[in-house]
Design a protein around this ligand. Sequence first.
Ligand SMILES: NC(=O)c1ccc[n+]([C@@H]2O[C@H](COP(=O)([O-])OP(=O)(O)OC[C@H]3O[C@@H](n4cnc5c(N)ncnc54)[C@H](OP(=O)(O)O)[C@@H]3O)[C@@H](O)[C@H]2O)c1
Length: 330
Amino acid sequence: MLSVATHWVPRSSLRLARAGPFARRVKSPKELALQAPNPIRRFDVLFDHAEPSPLDDAAYAPYGNLGFPPPPAGRPWIYTNFVQSLDGITTLLGKHSSGGEISQSREDRWLMDLLRAHADGILMGMNTLREEQRQRGPDSRGIVFQVADPALRELRRKLGKGRERNIFVTSATNLDLSQCKVFDGDVVDAAILTSPAGAERLRAQGGHPQVAIIAAGDKETFDLPRAISNLREELGVQYLLCEGGPTLYGSLARADLVDEKFLTISPVEVGQIVPPEQERLPSEQGIRVLLRPTVFGGPGFTRDQMTHWTWMSCRKAGDHQFNRYRRKRG
Ligand SMILES: NC(=O)c1ccc[n+]([C@@H]2O[C@H](COP(=O)([O-])OP(=O)(O)OC[C@H]3O[C@@H](n4cnc5c(N)ncnc54)[C@H](OP(=O)(O)O)[C@@H]3O)[C@@H](O)[C@H]2O)c1
């Protein structure tokens, strides 16, 4: 039987309550949790067969254990993090297309930070950035993907991780670096993986020497496995977290480059076909049956190609399920 999930409060809040001006009346953990700006519940660990955490640190308390195996030779260890609905959908599309609309969970957002804290780089397809930018309005310069929780930023520091890095895959046919804040280089390091022709187009823009451009392939053809290896060789990336989207995930999966999947199952059901009553974006007009993607975009596998996975861990927080799967190879 599962224990009842309790609210988790950062130790620092408890310390502050004891030492601050209201020290005479120490608030109970429940009161503090209700008062805290973003209380998250402690995850119930149903099982966990993964490696031990690299550090014994209070920042792991809500989740418990989180460790990784050593990276393989010649490329980073690649772990992905997605949230899907009960029926396997990752985005509603339209005006509410972000993964957060499916997730609707503070614990899921916190886990995203925990996973980011262990990564040398976050890898994303260009549309994931475009969608975040579009949702913020025509004047937005988009967002920077980074660890928001101060305790997890501190954990990252203790893990010896350097500056956070956002890495995007793009053909760079229609990308103006100056329109996206993430390429300014003031908050995180940024890198782009693209074809040789795409790299030429980006370098011709000038003005962004701080963005590492990694070209792999031939002319307009992009070689994803080569680019990923170059991330290790050129930027020293040993642990790479892919946060989407489905198109990029499909490319990685077809190249058998996904070592682990962190997959949150959100207790919502949305259906795959966009219903007629949902407002469509201009880019979605004219498509008779508009399908919402699963985690795996693009061509999949045949019966003989399908990949097999070991279920490494399972947690719950409220009605959300947090799974970790590791690729079975050989
Ligand atoms: N539920 C979740 O956990 C989750 C996570 C992430 C994203 N999402 C949602 O998913 C949606 C975006 O997904 P998406 O599948 O449309 O986009 P995506 O995978 O983020 O980006 C696709 C774009 O990335 C580039 N790209 C990806 N793979 C490539 C390859 N092998 N070779 C060359 N370029 C490649 C291309 O960029 P260019 O067009 O620039 O060439 C392509 O158009 C958004 O709504 C987002 O909110 C959900």
